[in-house]
Design a protein around this ligand. Structure first.
Ligand code: NDP
Length: 517
C-alpha cells in the first residue's frame, strides 16, 4: 500500500502516519478543486506537542552522535525514497494543494536537490576547523565548529508544501538537529507523508523528523514547549504572533515571510523573454508564490511591446483541475477575497484592466481566479503595496531603470525580484541595489534552485536564511575553543604579571597599530 493510501484517518483503528497521542479532536483536509476529503488529522494540543518534542530530544542526541557521514548516508536514503516516489507525492500535492501535477514534480525535484546539497556540504560548512589565533594568543591553537541546537520546530505554509518546509527541514537535519514539523492546516497530508517517508527510509532515526498537525495553536505550542529554534514560513502578520509567543521562552526564530516582488525591464532587455518570465513568475501556482512576481516596472522604450507580449501570453492561460490546466484553484478560499479587494481597489483608483478584473468571469464560483493584468495602478494602492498572492500582475511605465529601482524598493517587503537587461554590469548593479534578499537576472525565481545560495528576505519579508552555507549555519551555534600550546614567560591574564607588563604591551601596540592614521 502506498503512503498516500495509508493517509491518516484517525477514524480508522490502526491507522495513521501521524501519532495521535491522546488527542480526540480532529480536522479534515480537503481538495480545493473538489472539496473531497483528502485526510483526517489530529488537532494536537500542547501536551501532544510536548510529548513529540520530548521524543525528538532523545532522538536529537542519537542523530547528532551519528556525525556528518552517518547523517549524510541517512539523508541520502531519504532523498532516494522521495525520488523513487515522486509521482505518488506529486499526486497528493495536486489533490491537497490544487496545483498541477507537473508543478508538484518541479517542487519535489527542488526539495530533493536541496536535501542532497545540505547533506553533502554539512561537514565542510560546519565541521571543526582551526582558525588563526592572532597576535595576542599566538601561543594558543584556536578551533571553531558549528554544533546542532537540538530540536528545531518548523512551521510551514501550504503554497509549496514540500519545497518550502524542506528548506528548513533538510538543512536543520543535516546540521545535526531533530525536527518537529507543523504543516499548514491546508496541507497536513503532505506533511504527514513526508514524515512517514522519513520513518520508512530511515527507520533507525525515525523520531529525528516528526510531524504534529492542527491549527495555529498547535504551531504556537512549539514556542511554548519550547523547541531550541523555530523556523517559521508564512505571512508577516502570523510571523509577528509567532515571534511574540517565542519571546516568552526566549526561543530564537527564523522568519521567512511574504513578498511583493518586482521585475525591472530595462531599455535593452529581451522583451519576449521578460514577458514570458513575468507571466510564469506571476501566474504559476495561481500566483500563490512568496517569490512570485507581482509588479513589473518597464521603461518607456519597451513598455508597449512588453504589455503586448504579456497580454498575448496571459490570454492563453487557463486555470483548472485537469491535466492541461496551467494552474489550479486558490488553495485557501479566503485568499480569493484578498485578490478581489486588491483588483477592485486598483480599478477604483483608475487602473486599466487588460485581462481578468472583478466580474463573475474573473472569479468563477469554483475557487479559481482568472489571470489578471493591470496597468496604471497608483503606487499607493493595495495591489502595489500589499501581498496579493493571486494570479495578478501590475505593469507600470517608468522613465528609466533608476526610476524602476526606486519604485521596486518602495514597499515594506524585500523578499526577491528580477532584472531584465542585456548589460551584465548594469543588471548586476541594479540587482545589488534592489532591496531584497534574492534577485534573478534575465530569469525569475532561479536563485531558489541553486542550493548554494541563501534564501531569505529583508524588511517585512523576514530575517535569517535557509539554503546554502548560511542555511546550514542558521540551525547551529558557533562553538569557539582555544588550547594553550606553550606558556608565555609573561602571562598578562594573571595577577602575578610584572608591574611593567602593561607599559610593555602599550609600547608594542604603539609600534604595530600606532602608525595607522
Ligand atoms: P500563514 O501565516 O497564515 O500561516 C503559516 C503557518 O503558520 C501555518 O502553518 C499556520 O497554521 C501557522 N500559524 C497560524 N497562526 C499561528 C500562530 N498563532 N502560531 C503559530 N503558527 C501559526 O501563512 P499561509 O499558510 O497563508 O502562507 C502564505 C504566506 O506564506 C504568504 O505570505 C507567503 O508569502 C508566505 N511564504 C513565504 C515564503 C518564504 O520563504 N519567505 C515561502 C512560502 C510562503 P494553519 O495553516 O494551521 O493556520
Amino acid at each position: 500500500m502506498s503512503l498516500a493510501e495509508q493517509l491518516d484517518t484517525v477514524t480508522g483503528a490502526a491507522a495513521g502516519t501521524v501519532d495521535r497521542h491522546a488527542t480526540t479532536e480532529t480536522f479534515e483536509s480537503t481538495a480545493p478543486a473538489s472539496g473531497a476529503v483528502v485526510g483526517v488529522f489530529p488537532v494536537h494540543d500542547e501536551a501532544a506537542v510536548g510529548e513529540t518534542v520530548t521524543r525528538a530530544r532523545a532522538a536529537a542526541e542519537r542523530w547528532a552522535a551519528l556525525g556528518f557521514d552517518g547523517r549524510k548516508q541517512r539523508l541520502s536514503a531519504y532523498r532516494g525514497y522521495l525520488a523513487r516516489r515522486m509521482h505518488e507525492l506529486a499526486d497528493l500535492v495536486h489533490r491537497e494543494n490544487g496545483k498541477p501535477h507537473a508543478d508538484a514534480i518541479l517542487e519535489i525535484t527542488l526539495a530533493v536537490d536541496h536535501l542532497a546539497w545540505a547533506a553533502g556540504h554539512a561537514r565542510k560548512t560546519l565541521g571543526p576547523r582551526r582558525v588563526s589565533p592572532g597576535l595576542l594568543a599566538a601561543n594558543h591553537a584556536a578551533y571553531l565548529e558549528y554544533q546542532p541546537l537540538g530540536v528545531v520546530g518548523v512551521i510551514g505554509p501550504w503554497n509549496y508544501p514540500v519545497f518550502t518546509p524542506m528548506g528548513s527541514i533538510a538543512y536543520a537535519l543535516a546540521a545535526g538537529n531533530a525536527v518537529v514539523f507543523k504543516p499548514s492546516e491546508h496541507t497536513p497530508a503532505v506533511g504527514a507523508w513526508l514524515a512517514a517517508a522519513w520513518r520508512a527510509a530511515v527507520p533507525d532515526s525515525a523520531d529525528a523528523f516528526q510531524v504534529v498537525t492542527g491549527y495555529g495553536a498547535t504551531g504556537a505550542a512549539l514556542c511554548r514547549v519550547p523547541v531550541d529554534k523555530l523556523a517559521f514560513t508564512g505571512s508577516a502578520a502570523t510571523g509577528k504572533k509567532v515571534m511574540a509567543a517565542c519571546a516568552e521562552t526566549l526561543t530564537p526564530v527564523l522568519m521567512e515571510l511574504g513578498g511583493k516582488d518586482a521585475m525591472i525591464v530595462d531599455d535593452d532587455a529581451d522583451v519576449a523573454a521578460a514577458a514570458d518570465a513575468a507571466v510564469w513568475g506571476a501566474m504559476s501556482n495561481g500566483g500563490q508564490t512568496c517569490i512570485g512576481i507581482e509588479r513589473v516596472y518597464a521603461t518607456e522604450a519597451v513598455y508597449d511591446r512588453f504589455v503586448d507580449a504579456v497580454t498575448t501570453q496571459v490570454r492563453s492561460l487557463r486555470p483548472g483541475a485537469d491535466g492541461e490546466a496551467t494552474y489550479g484553484p486558490m488553495t485557501m478560499s479566503s485568499q480569493i477575497e484578498v485578490v478581489r479587494r486588491h483588483v477592485a481597489d486598483a480599478e477604483a483608483a483608475g487602473a486599466r484592466v487588460v485581462t481578468g478584473g472583478t466580474d463573475a468571469d474573473a472569479f468563477p464560483a469554483e475557487g479559481y481566479v482568472a489571470p489578471t493584468v493591470l496597468l496604471d495602478v497608483p503606487e499607493t494602492s493595495a495591489a502595489v503595496q500589499e501581498e496579493t498572492f493571486g494570479p495578478t500582475l501590475t505593469i507600470t511605465r517608468v522613465r528609466d531603470a533608476e526610476e524602476a529601482l526606486q519604485r521596486a524598493n518602495a514597499t515594506s517587503y524585500g523578499l526577491a525580484g528580477a532584472v531584465f537587461s542585456a548589460s551584465k554590469d548594469k543588471a548586476m548593479d541594479l540587482a545589488r541595489r534592489m532591496h531584497s534578499g534574492m534577485t534573478s537576472i534575465n530569469s525569475v525565481l532561479t536563485f531558489a534552485s541553486v542550493p548554494a545560495l541563501p534564501f531569505g528576505g529583508v524588511g517585512d519579508s523576514g530575517f535569517g536564511r535557509i539554503h546554502g552555507e548560511d542555511g546550514l549555519k542558521e540551525f547551529t551555534r558557533a562553538k569557539a575553543i582555544t588550547r594553550q600550546r606553550v606558556p608565555l614567560p609573561v602571562n598578562l591574564m594573571s595577577f602575578g604579571r610584572p608591574a611593567n607588563a602593561a607599559d610593555a604591551l602599550a609600547r608594542v601596540m604603539g609600534m604595530v597599530h600606532g602608525r595607522h592614521r
